[in-house]
Design a binder for this molecule. Sequence first.
Ligand SMILES: Cc1cc2nc3c(=O)[nH]c(=O)nc-3n(C[C@H](O)[C@H](O)[C@H](O)COP(=O)(O)OP(=O)(O)OC[C@H]3O[C@@H](n4cnc5c(N)ncnc54)[C@H](O)[C@@H]3O)c2cc1C
Length: 267
Amino acid sequence: MITYPFAYQRAANLAEAEALLGANPEAKLLAGGQTLIPTMKQRLASPPLLIDISGLHELSGNRRDGERLVLGAALTHAEVAQSPEVRTLIPALAELASHIGDPAVRHLGTLGGSVANNDPAADYPAAVLGLNASVITTRREVPADKFFTGMFETMLAPDEILRAVAFPVPRRAAYAKFANPASRYAMVGVFVAQTTEGVRVAVTGAAPSVRRLPMMEKALEASFTPEAVAHIKIDADGMNEDLHGSAQYRAHLVTVMAKRAVAAALA
Ligand SMILES: Cc1cc2nc3c(=O)[nH]c(=O)nc-3n(C[C@H](O)[C@H](O)[C@H](O)COP(=O)(O)OP(=O)(O)OC[C@H]3O[C@@H](n4cnc5c(N)ncnc54)[C@H](O)[C@@H]3O)c2cc1C
């Protein structure tokens, strides 16, 4: 039998996690394990060391910072969904978190793990980009427009840890997802936000990485109604294509989900 040995260490605090990561370039941080463990089981990754950061107090909790709500990276999806602060200030985010995966995934998977992983079909990246959030790491604060760089890729350096995400509180926002019936990942998910600085629309699931939809943003600036986006046809070029749906199907879904998101934001 082939074995793939690895070491496991629970970090006592953030400084220790950072030091361990710096000293072991091939190591991986373990948060909720909902992506990393299946990836290791499938032999798609075999890190020699897992550094467990789940439950670190520096990564937990939430706080108000002016017009922003700052959520710790270690918050589970269930905690975000149930947080009174999130439900009051950004209900669209609580709603998004409540539809991630299944109860087991929601009680283990974390905000930080999802944002750091940048799965092309993950839900949180659409909210981070749609709300113009900032990603706070152990060494800097990165605006969402710069953070997501490609499929499973972000600005994070190998030895950098995501500490929190600062979400500006929008005037109104909503997320509409067409979920894969098996995994609940987004076939297409559209996050729409009306903020003091304008309208933002971000889509996940459709393309290799989360992206904004400037044509829809412009149309919604002129008129924040479902009808304003109903006529916008999305180009299928470069869209994801798999056994669950063609590029054309996903392109069509983007418009449908955008309409639903605007209607939900107005409701
Ligand atoms: C059956 C199933 C269904 C799912 N459905 C959905 C869904 O509908 N929508 C959705 O969005 N997601 C879904 N997911 C993914 C789930 O949300 C994961 O929780 C999430 O993608 C990763 O979070 P985690 O805390 O489990 O991270 P882990 O698996 O522990 O880590 C993932 C990656 O991020 C890195 N990492 C973790 N935390 C940090 C940090 N603080 N700083 C830097 N790097 C870090 C790790 O090193 C690793 O490379 C599903 C997963 C499963 C198993």
